[in-house]
Design a protein around this ligand. Structure first.
Ligand SMILES: [Zn+2]
Length: 108
């Protein structure tokens, strides 16, 4: 806890934070699920075509691409707007409204 960084956000700001966190969280899940899905689809297609030995590596592109985009988005946006604390366990939720580092209430 760093009470010096604590900020009192009004209701409008908290609503905006909630919108932003939701938006980025949706994007992160979408990109992660999309990458895994593409990897699996590629695997099935390549296996059924019998070209696994020469083509399995291409399946890693969406997998690692998705993971990379997931992490860059999480590192950039899953942060406290008051103290820049990185939320390791994901953005604030209804049961976790306060920043664990500075104690600011971020969403309603
Ligand atoms: Zn904070």
């Amino acid at each position: 806890m760093d009470p010096e960084m604590k900020q009192d956000f009004d209701q409008e700001q908290r609503a905006e934070f909630a919108r932003q966190f939701r938006r980025h969280h949706r994007f992160q899940i979408f990109i992660l699920v999309g990458g895994i899905l593409l990897y699996m689809i590629h695997g099935v297609v390549v296996l059924s075509a019998g070209i696994w030995d020469e083509s399995w590596g291409y399946g890693l592109i969406p997998l690692f691409g998705g993971a990379l985009m997931f992490w860059s988005s999480a590192l950039k946006y899953n942060r406290c707007p008051a103290c820049d604390h990185f939320f390791r366990r994901g953005p604030p939720t209804r049961t976790r409204k306060f920043c664990s580092a500075c104690g600011s209430q971020l969403i309603d």
